[in-house]
Each structure stands twice: as structure tokens, then as C-alpha cells.
Design a protein around this ligand. Structure first.
Ligand code: UT7
Length: 331
């Protein structure tokens, strides 16, 4: 292994202005604020209302926020990875467009799709490019316009998801800060439980697929919940053990914001107190590829150089995993 570690050196984020509250959802589907709050922890989510704007718009705004805050010269960025489950269009790559729009004129770029684990997997990919010594600045952006694939007449899904974007910059570090270890998993058994049936190569779009609402996300929530609780907790516990970490040496859990009950179960297995668990699901819902960088952005001021952070996610596919990272700066 090289002595170069991939450190996060800057973060940025963006959420659209429009707020969709639980109260508003009560007038759209048969649900109520009390059910949504107790079953998920969500109070409101953001929705991108502007026409002709897709996930790249959210990602561009998040990347620009990072560039301004950290005073990064976009021409020095070597690579842009765009983690998203809702690309602007099936072809061409949204990441390529994003990179050009932010002025990353010397970068190459592509999209990375692993449902709700897209950003976590993207962290792993970004880190390899840095650790190899080949690239010095890798921008990882996670953004999803989930509202573009949600049926707002389906109470099983429309209460959960929201739109948002986040970005982090990875740079080489030789002082020991950055990504330390990872444990990533996937299992195709999950394909049946969280999916969009139509619009891909198996079932291209047609009048029938539109009439039957097959372009929206469908989820067997109970089954996904069961897998998420056990798997996210398992990998987080495993990565702690093999890095000799305990509840005192872990400073923060940065977990995918899918359901507060899943996050609480993971934290409990890790033995972590509530204060160490970053949480913003109440404000944004599940923003898929944006949950992890949105947490880093919201809590950036509280993160201190040397803090031990465990990232964890679980998503469709199934895809899941855990990453151990040492935070590299004080802001
Ligand atoms: O990020 C990608 C990974 N995704 C996830 O991790 C999501 C995992 N799943 C979940 O978070 C939860 O399963 C949900 C939040 C989706 C659902 O919560 P649940 O506790 O599993 O509820 P359920 O589906 O078992 O439904 C319980 C009851 C049912 O009524 P009956 O059959 O007990 O009378 C549902 O019909 O709640 C009913 N229900 C609702 N009631 C009010 C389902 N959705 C709603 C709703 N409002 N929106």
C-alpha cells in the first residue's frame, strides 16, 4: 500500500428552495405527519421545481459552493466523479456536462450508479485514483433529483425521498489523514425489492409502461428495511473491529439518511451515543447520492482534524458498505 492517503479537503452542498412538508403530503396521499415522523424521522424534504433542470443542476450548484468556499481553481481538478441514480438523461453522461459547467476544463469525468450507495462507492473510487499517485484533485459529487422518479400518489415512496446535492474534494495526504479502510458489499438478490421496472434495456419506454406507471420507483419497504438494518450495522461493526476502534475512539457516524430507525439501529450496534450520530433526515428526507455529503456540509464546523469517522450506507441493488476515514482539517 502506498503511504499516500486520500483526504477530504473541502465540502459543498446545495438543496433547492421549495419545501415539501409532511402536512402538505397529507393533502396529496392518505398519510399523516405523526406516521411519517415516527416511522422515518422525516419532517420535510426539498423539491427541485424549476423546469428543464435535472440532477446535474443540483450537482453543479453543490460543486460551485465547494469551489467558492475553499477557493479551488476548477482548472486544477483532475477528475470529476458524479454519483447519481437519476442522471439528466440515459445518454450522455451527466458528470461530463457537470465538469464542463464548473470550469473543470482539464478533468475527465463519468457517472457512477449504485443507488443509495453511489456516493460511498464513489469515495472508494476517488480514493484509489489519489492513492495511486496519478491524480492530485478528485472531485466527487453526489446529487439526485428523486422527485423525477417518484409517484406522488404512492404513499409508500413519496413521503421518503427528496432532492439535493453535495460535493467533496479528495487530495493526497502523507500525514495519515484520509481514507483508512473500507468494507463494501453488494447482492443482486435486492433487485426485486427496490427498482424502476421500465425505461431501461429490458423494458424500454412505451405507452403501456407510462400508463402502468412503471417509470416510478417501487419499493418493498419492509424487506429493504430488514436488510438495511442488519447489513449496515454488520459492516460498521466489522470495520470498527478490524481497525481497533471502539465507541470512544469513533467520533462520528455519517450514515445514509434513509430512515432514522435504521441509523439508530446501526449506532446502537456500534455502541455510539446520539451526539456522535450526524442526522439531517428530518429536513431533507432520503436524497439518495447526496445524503453523505449533505451531512458533511451541515456538520463541517463540528468536524475536527484527526476525528475518526465511520461512513455507512445501504441501498437498492442491494449495495452497502462502510468506510473509515480520518478527518483532515479544521474549518
Ligand atoms: O435508501 C434506500 C433504501 N431504502 C430504505 O432503506 C427504506 C427502508 N424501508 C423503510 O424505511 C420503511 O419500510 C418504510 C418507511 C418505507 C415503511 O415503514 P414500515 O414501518 O416498514 O411500514 P409498513 O410498510 O410495514 O406499513 C405499516 C402500515 C401498513 O398498514 P397496515 O397494513 O398495518 O394496516 C401500511 O399500509 O403503515 C401503512 N402505511 C402508511 N400509513 C400512513 C404505509 N405507508 C404509509 C404512509 N402513511 N405513508
Amino acid at each position: 500500500m502506498s503511504n499516500i492517503k486520500a483526504a477530504i479537503t473541502a465540502v459543498g452542498s446545495y438543496v433547492p428552495d421549495h419545501v415539501l412538508t409532511n402536512k402538505m403530503l397529507e393533502s396529496m396521499v392518505d398519510t399523516n405527519d405523526e406516521w411519517i415522523t415516527t416511522r422515518t424521522g422525516i419532517k420535510e424534504r426539498r423539491i427541485l421545481k424549476e423546469e428543464n433542470k435535472g440532477s446535474s443542476y443540483l450537482g453543479i450548484k453543490a460543486a460551485q459552493n465547494l469551489i467558492e468556499k475553499a477557493n479551488v481553481n476548477p482548472a486544477e481538478i483532475d477528475m470529476v466523479i458524479f454519483a447519481t441514480a437519476t442522471p439528466d438523461m440515459p445518454v450522455a453522461s451527466s458528470g461530463v456536462y457537470l465538469a464542463s459547467q464548473i470550469g473543470a476544463v482539464n478533468a475527465f469525468s463519468y457517472d457512477l450508479q449504485a443507488a443509495c450507495s453511489s456516493f460511498l462507492y464513489g469515495m472508494s473510487t476517488a480514493a484509489r485514483y489519489i492513492e495511486s499517485g496519478r491524480y492530485k484533485k478528485v472531485l466527487l459529487v453526489g446529487a439526485d433529483k428523486m422527485s423525477s422518479i417518484i409517484d406522488y400518489e404512492d404513499r409508500a415512496t413519496c413521503i421518503i425521498f427528496g432532492d439535493g446535492g453535495g460535493a467533496v474534494l479528495f487530495e493526497p495526504n502523507t500525514e495519515g489523514y484520509g481514507l483508512q479502510d473500507e468494507y463494501l458489499r453488494s447482492d443482486g438478490i435486492g433487485r426485486e425489492f427496490l427498482k424502476i421496472d421500465a425505461g431501461g434495456s429490458i423494458m424500454p419506454p412505451s405507452e403501456v409502461t407510462v400508463a402502468q406507471k412503471l417509470h416510478y420507483v417501487q419499493q418493498d419497504g419492509k424487506t429493504v428495511f430488514k436488510f438495511a438494518v442488519s447489513n449496515m450495522a454488520d459492516v460498521s461493526e466489522k470495520i470498527m473491529k478490524r481497525n481497533d476502534l471502539d465507541k470512544d475512539s469513533v467520533n462520528w457516524l455519517v450514515a445514509h439518511q434513509a430512515n432514522k430507525r435504521i441509523i439508530d439501529a446501526t449506532a446502537k450496534r456500534m455502541g455510539l451515543e446520539e451526539e456522535k450520530v450526524l442526522m439531517n433526515i428530518q429536513r431533507y428526507g432520503n436524497t439518495t447520492s447526496a445524503t453523505l455529503p449533505l451531512l458533511l456540509s451541515d456538520y463541517e464546523k463540528q468536524l475536527k482534524k484527526g476525528d475518526n469517522i465511520i461512513f455507512a450506507s445501504f441501498g437498492g441493488g442491494f449495495t452497502w458498505g462502510s468506510i473509515y476515514l480520518k478527518w483532515a482539517y479544521n474549518s
